[in-house]
Design a protein around this ligand. Structure first.
Ligand code: SF4
Ligand code: ZN
Length: 759
């Protein structure tokens, strides 16, 4: 342990805890102990404080005990002689710093000084701060803390490996050019990047803003704030990962820290001069097992009992090998990845624009758009089919019809994408599984936006991508490269045809639609009774170690991304992977959904935490959830029914909680009767809570679900023998409390009211 680092970290900790104390006292005088304190859009209060101390801070006065705790962790600054600082004292200083920093940000929120305002700044994509309270459309505000909805969205990507880890960058790069390069290198590897801090007032956020780099959730680069204190949001995110996905509770500090050390591949990159507060904050990060890499000369901390890798690594920028600064930046990122052991899977895709999952959520706005396909003004579809081995010429890309060169900027045109694949292990049942990947694959290209699937596909290409040379053929190049890379076990050959010729577009649309119909029937005809085995999905166990989804033909995984056919395909592609067949064997209770095989499998896969699952019930032994569910169903006893909240719905619900709060109760791999996470399409299944009365139990549903699935829900209502049922179901536009809900369903004579009591 370097005495130099210890000295500076302890000094930094003393300073920031003192600042916290001053700020707290002033706020108590000005606002009083009862002033509410919260970060927006999270159910985890002040998440780091909750995780480390178990205390749910709700009002200003609650901070007193946090301040006391932080002070207790402080040690005297070592004198110049005769004192040997220990790692323990430095780590304590780090923890004190994090408690103080989170406390300070909370007080700033109470003064509406967070998220930070940066004139001229514009966040890319949606954020939590789009409400008027936080400045209208987000203009001018940095992101501040990450909201729970985003945490869950990223959770699934962190678990399935699309996102290998996160980097917390603090400070300012050598030049704007270097700043951009570092971020691009991280994006290219799909590493989530958090930005904060400054050196002499200049932040990497300023640098990236000046270079026109889009920052926000959409691009995996989140600007927290231009001071070091805002780096606390990265550690709040890490803490919540453990609480959300690891099933841990506030106060399990040691478990939360170990969870992060073992499962969250994160590191801190300190750019530019490191001051006392940065040392202190870095010491906080080391508590989480996150190493700190600095691009300046500082003493290093080598491996000790806590970690098998270095805690602090100095890589003075000018000494990094490379012919120029850009190469040095690239090598710096590479070194960070090596130090933390982040696992990266890179596929080279031959397109003239940057490519990687970091660009998947990117939005192409109308004013930036060169051309679009689908949407309101034109038609776009995609269709993947399996052909005989000899009928496919691998790598052949054909464009039938004119390109978009002659269309004016911002125009719309028709497009059909047809992918033919062949492979010895390919099966017809895999077609939809592979076809659905087109969405991810195409979205990976920077400047391309892909929404929807089948014949409701909507594609946009932005001007910048076209300037770099992107054309229609490149869709084929992307698909060819990715199908080989990701599905090489079943796809031996792939060819792609892009249709723009009006006659051909029409003809192939007919062929595609006939195939979609056929598939619907095939999936539609499959019942849980018609198969011998279900599938497990334990993909989320890297985050929720005791959770598994049991995926049946009539109940898809709760994230909505894996249905029974997908799991079957995934098992064939990777027989030792996360999707294993579960033999049903003896039926114990057909109506509640108990089988000897599913119980036995659950017992093992949950590490003896869950012994039985009633696949069709919310009331008795419901299936557990990790954290990435699309919807939450919860029993509303007063209405004798269940409500279904979509993750896209941020409004209040009749349960008196928003989705975020409910998610805290439903997730973490625990069984909680009366509440359950599930996939959107499960609502349409005849097996939806069928043990408890089925779809007729639904008394309230987020309106967005009603809108998105209007057609299908109509059919469900007919199936249930009550064609007007959907109209009898309340939503947040009518009522967000129990009284309003009961009044509405009583007026509509909802069938749940006359059903057997749920409790
Ligand atoms: Fe996670 Fe379940 Fe989705 Fe698998 S099916 S990825 S376990 S949520
Ligand atoms: Zn999950």
């Amino acid at each position: 342990m370097s005495r130099y680092i210890a000295t500076r970290a302890i000094r930094g900790a003393n300073l920031i805890v003192n600042e916290f104390e001053q700020m707290y006292k002033q706020a108590m005088n000005e606002k009083g102990a009862e002033t509410p304190l919260a970060f927006p859009n999270t159910a985890y209060h002040l998440p780091l404080i909750l995780g480390m101390t178990g205390q749910a801070v709700e009002k200003l006065g609650d901070l007193q005990s946090i301040l006391d705790r932080a002070k207790n962790l402080l040690h005297p600054v070592p004198p110049d002689h005769r004192w040997t600082p220990y790692l323990g004292e430095t780590l304590d200083a780090g923890m004190a710093t994090l408690l103080a920093e989170e406390g300070i940000e909370a007080v700033r929120f109470a003064y509406k000084q967070q998220p930070e305002v940066l004139p001229g700044f514009k966040l890319a994509g949606g954020t939590s701060f789009t409400s008027p309270e936080f400045g209208g459309n987000g203009d001018g505000h940095l992101n501040g803390p990450i909201d729970d909805i985003q945490l869950r969205t990223w959770g699934i990507q962190l678990v399935d490996g699309r996102m290998p880890g996160f980097a917390a960058i603090v400070g300012c790069a050598k030049s704007n050019e270097v700043a951009v390069k570092i971020v691009r290198e991280l994006q290219r590897r799909n590493i989530l990047t958090f930005l904060s801090g400054n050196v002499n007032g200049r932040s990497i956020i300023h640098q990236l803003m000046e270079e026109g780099v889009e920052l926000g959730y959409d691009t995996y680069t989140v600007p927290f704030g231009t001071d070091t204190i805002s780096a606390i949001y990265a550690l709040g995110f890490a803490t919540r990962s453990a609480l959300t996905f690891g099933g841990m509770k506030g106060g399990q500090a040691r478990d939360i820290l170990l969870y992060n050390k073992n499962r969250v591949f994160a590191f801190v990159l300190a750019l530019g001069e490191v001051d006392d507060l940065k040392y202190a904050t870095a010491a906080g990060a080391i508590n989480f097992g996150f190493p700190v890499i600095a691009d300046t000369v500082i003493p290093e901390i080598l491996p000790t009992g806590i970690t098998s890798y270095e805690h602090v690594v100095a890589l003075p920028f000018n000494e990094i090998p490379g012919k120029d600064d850009l190469e040095r930046a690239e090598n710096l990122v590479q070194k960070c990845i090596e130090v933390r052991g982040v696992k990266i899977k890179l596929t080279e895709v031959p397109v003239p624009v940057p490519y990687g999952s970091a660009f998947e959520g990117e939005v192409v706005r109308k004013q930036d758009m060169r051309i679009e396909f689908g949407g309101k003004k034109s038609r776009c579809y995609e269709y993947l089919r399996m052909l005989d081995f000899d009928a496919v010429q691998d790598g052949k890309i054909t464009v039938v019809g004119p390109g978009f060169e002659d269309h004016p900027v911002g125009a719309a045109m028709d497009l059909g994408i047809v992918v033919d694949v062949a492979g010895r292990k390919m099966q017809k049942d895999f077609e939809p599984v592979l076809e659905r990947q087109i969405h991810h694959f195409v979205n990976g290209a920077s400047g391309i936006q892909h929404i929807g699937q089948r014949d409701i596909t909507w594609l946009r290409i932005n001007k910048a991508a076209v300037d770099k040379g992107f054309n229609l053929r490149h869709f084929g190049d992307i698909l060819h490269a990715r199908f080989h890379a990701d599905f090489g076990a079943i796809v031996d050959k792939a060819q792609v045809t892009i249709y723009t010729d009006p006659h051909e577009v029409e003809k192939w649309l007919g062929i595609a639609r006939a195939a979609y119909d056929e598939r619907n029937v095939r999936l539609g005809n499959m019942t849980d009774e018609s198969v011998e085995e279900f599938y497990s999905c334990t993909l989320c166990q890297s985050f929720a170690p005791n959770h598994l989804c049991i995926v049946t033909p009539e109940r898809l995984g709760l994230c909505g991304a894996y249905n029974w056919l997908d799991c079957k395909a995934s098992f064939q592609i990777n027989p030792t992977g996360p999707n294993q067949p579960i033999k049903k064997s003896t039926t114990l209770d057909a109506s509640k959904g108990y089988w000897a095989g599913t119980n036995e499998f659950t017992e093992g896969a949950s590490h003896q935490q869950v012994h039985e699952v009633a696949v069709y019930s919310i009331m008795e032994n419901p299936m557990t959830a990790c954290g990435c569910f699309e919807c939450i169903a919860m029993v509303i006893p007063e209405a004798n029914g269940v409500m279904i909240v979509s993750r896209e719905d941020t409004s209040m619900t009749p349960a008196g909680m928003t989705f975020s709060t409910l998610a805290g109760m439903a997730g973490g791999g625990l069984q909680t009767p009366g509440i359950m996470g599930h996939g959107k399409f499960y609502i349409l299944s005849p097996k939806f809570v069928s043990a408890d009365g089925g779809f007729k139990r639904v008394v309230w549903m987020s309106s967005i679900l009603k809108e998105q699935m209007a057609e299908q829900l109509k059919k469900v209502a007919e199936r249930e023998g009550d064609p007007d049922l959907i109209d009898k179901i309340c939503d947040e536009r009518v009522a967000t409390d129990v009284e309003g809900l009961v009044a509405y369903i009583t007026e509509k004579n909802h069938p749940a009211l006359s059903m057997e009591s749920l409790l």
